[in-house]
Design a protein around this ligand. Structure first.
Ligand code: GLC
Length: 715
């Protein structure tokens, strides 16, 4: 079929005027109030795409709701009245939900459950397609080590392997197995590449990324998306080592297409072509347009650089017709692969929002991370006398995270309402009234449940913080509540990782619930009372204090074994004089309502030749995991490697496998992994993948800081 697509695309191209080609590489935005302007441009130029957004900060400002009939009207104009009748791509930021809002992506990465996430995105795509959308700007795959950066909440965490699995799951959830399937959305892997390295966590800032780090940390998630067949890619705003990605042929063509094999088309991020002037790389939008299309940006999002200057650039020979045609062909091929010429319209389908809400609740429970549970305080018994406190007890919209553009779906319950509904009729639910909480002591309660968090508006785009500690008001509240002598459950509704060292001693139990959308509070109440279990594991390190940033598990060893992440190695020189070097909670960490014991790691054979590995042989690794508690429970068994001696410095731990499984109380199961060529190598700075001879430590553990290993060798 695809050979035909190439042929058909060229046939369509051959009938297009220069003006129509320029229309096709242009995206304009529909703001809700500019129907006629959009309609006119579609009719006259055959615009390639419309984005439904009235702001570059689409996540933050009220957006016009999407409606199918309006999208059908635009599509009808494009297919019946535009110069070549080429269908429109109708794009929207469908990031972690459409009507039903799911947990933010950093939260869903905590599920360590790609199959679940794929099924989540099948629900999300159905809702978006039902409103006429056929293109989404998701998954966001920015690798980030700095939680001061607000957009860390959109990403897949600090591990390249987990991120690559999540990337593939989201792409497959949106696109299905075949892009021409009815009701799918074309996905968009963004922001390519390196945006998450913004210096100081300050959005849009400079990024300094070595080729070696680019290949091994920042590219793997995009490899996952490309290998899953992602239709489009969006460039990032940042410059890498002095070259803005929007003008980087090395990034957008040599690596993205040459190394990763990407065959779709690249859309620019909002006005990032025009922003080449801000970078000081272009005099004006005309020069910016020329730089961008030569680098490999095929479609221009809303700044009209291509629309205004491409004709001049082609006529004067600065941009060759072939360079323009290449971009147009890439766009036409995706539209052909999507079957838009045969079936341009999305159509209404029956959406069962209750089912989607149930899926959202499942995603919440799978994303919530139990960080502390002293004396097995949780789960609470139904009639425990409780006191509900904290600023997040009565908030609603704050649970919807940084990208919730539609407001449909279901009514979101406050945490107080959700807990009250579960607590049971006899439970005394003492109440605080607003800020006076600082002065009331919960007298008749046995347990205080304190709902804390950060406003969703301090997360996401252009929302950097200098401190990731919890707010002073919330610290003061916890100190006050501690005086009551009652056990306190901290329910943490945060988007980004938070530094909890100062308040951890006040809390007897801590559940990290992220910003988890429509069902967040209902799921949190069920988890607190044991009607379901929190099964998330941290996809990102929680430092003790802000000053430890950057602090991440896949760190390189350093010259003197000084990396504090894994504990000081006995040297009298410490990472910091004023803080331990270890995290408060490490990558992969999370408790369960039961306990698990691991047997020693076994390998069927602990030596293989490099030739055998290259021919497909692999090490079969296994471990016994026993549920030692009285409750059935879910464990995420994690496999890490340490490539002890190699031609490049390798991280102290690298996640190379994980399995999430439910184990009955008292039962022991054998968990098996196969690791071979794809798991035991790394990329050289030139993008060449290499597996080398030598010793590897293999850990099969419950998180990166636990120790249960054996040694294997490649001979
Ligand atoms: C924004 C964001 C990007 C989003 C795009 C369209 O500036 O950087 O993530 O998809 O513009 O809204």
């Amino acid at each position: 079929m695809y050979r035909d697509i190439e042929k058909r695309a060229k046939e369509i191209l051959s009938e297009m005027t220069l003006k129509a080609k320029i229309g096709q590489v242009t995206q304009i935005n529909f703001m809700g109030n500019n129907v006629d302007e959009v309609a006119e441009k579609i009719r006259e130029y055959g615009i390639g795409s419309v984005i439904l957004s009235n702001s570059q900060f689409a996540g933050f400002v009220e957006q016009e709701s999407v409606k199918l009939d309006r999208m059908t009207y635009f599509q009808k104009l494009s297919t019946e009245e535009s110069p070549n009748g080429i269908p429109l791509l109708i794009g929207r930021d469908v990031i972690h939900g459409h009507n039903i809002i799911f947990p933010i992506n950093l939260g869903m990465a905590a599920s360590f459950d790609p199959e679940l996430i794929k099924s989540v995105y099948e629900c999300i795509r159905a809702e978006a397609a039902d409103d006429g959308i056929n293109w989404t700007y998701s998954p966001m795959l920015d690798f980030c080590h700095d939680p001061r950066w607000g957009r860390i909440v959109e990403g897949q965490g600090e591990d390249p392997y987990l991120a690559s699995k999540m990337a593939a799951a989201i792409v497959r959830g949106f696109q299905g197995d075949d892009l021409s399937t009815e009701g799918v959305l074309a996905a968009c892997a963004k922001h390519y590449v390196g945006y998450g390295a913004s210096e100081g966590g300050r959005d849009y800032n400079h990024t300094e990324i070595s080729d070696y780090a680019l290949q091994n940390n920042y590219l793997p998630a995009f490899r996952g998306a490309v290998n899953a067949g992602v239709a489009t890619v969006m460039n990032s705003f940042n410059e890498i080592n002095g070259v803005p990605v929007a003008a980087s042929r090395k990034a957008l063509t040599d690596i993205l297409r040459g190394q990763l094999g990407f065959e779709g088309f690249v859309i620019s991020d909002w006005a990032s072509i025009a922003q080449l002037k801000n970078h000081g790389l272009a005099q004006d939008n005309k020069e910016a347009a020329s730089l961008a299309i030569k680098a490999g940006i095929d479609m221009d999002m809303v700044d009209n650089c291509y629309f205004d200057y491409m004709e001049e650039l082609v006529n004067e020979g600065t941009v060759s017709l072939n360079e323009l045609d290449t971009a147009v062909l890439r766009i036409l091929k995706i539209k052909l692969k999507m079957g838009l010429f045969e079936r341009p319209y999305q159509k209404h389908t029956e959406i069962n929002l209750e089912e989607h809400a149930a899926k959202a609740k499942q995603a919440c429970e799978s994303s919530f991370v139990l960080l502390k549970n002293s004396n097995s305080l949780l789960p609470l018994k139904a009639n425990t006398n409780i006191c509900i406190a904290g600023p997040f007890a009565d908030l609603i919209e704050e649970h919807t995270g940084s990208w919730a553009l539609e407001k449909g779906g279901i009514e979101i319950k406050s945490f107080r309402a959700a807990v009250t509904a579960v607590a049971g009729e006899k439970a005394i639910i003492e109440d605080f009234d607003g800020l006076s909480q600082h002065y009331l002591i919960p007298r008749n309660s046995d347990v205080v449940i304190c709902a804390l968090g950060e406003p969703r508006r301090v997360t996401g785009e252009a929302q950097s913080l200098t401190s990731i500690e919890i707010s002073n008001e919330q610290k003061a509240l916890l100190k006050h509540l501690k005086r009551s002598g009652k056990p306190i459950v901290g329910v943490m509704f945060y988007g980004r990782p938070t530094a909890l060292q100062e308040v951890e001693p006040y809390l007897d139990a801590i559940i990290y619930c992220w910003h988890s959308g429509s069902m967040s509070t209902v799921a949190a109440a069920d988890v607190i009372y044991g009607k379901s279990e929190p099964t998330g594991r941290l996809p990102v390190t929680l430092p003790r204090v802000t000053g430890q940033i950057p602090l991440y598990y896949n760190a390189l060893p350093g010259a003197r074994h000084m990396n504090g992440y894994y504990g000081e190695s006995g040297h009298d020189i410490l990472n910091y004089n004023d803080c331990e070097g270890t995290p408060l909670y490490p990558f992969g960490y999370g408790l369960s309502y039961t306990g698990f014991q691991y047997s020693s790691v076994k390998a069927e054979c602990d030596k293989l030749s490099l030739e055998d590995i290259k021919s497909g042989a692999s090490f079969n690794i296994s471990v016994g995991v026993k549920n030692t508690g009285a409750l059935d429970g879910t464990e995420v068994v994690q496999l890490y490697i340490r490539d002890s001696i190699a031609s490049r410095v390798r991280p102290l731990r690298e996640l190379k496998g994980f399995k999430k499984l439910k184990i009955k109380a008292g039962e022991e199961v054998r968990v098996c992994f196969e690791i071979g060529y794809d798991e035991l190598g790394f990329y050289l700075e030139n993008g060449e993948y290499t597996v080398e001879k030598g010793k590897f430590e293999v850990f099969v553990v419950s998180n990166c800081l636990t120790d249960n290993k054996l040694e294997i060798s490649i001979l």
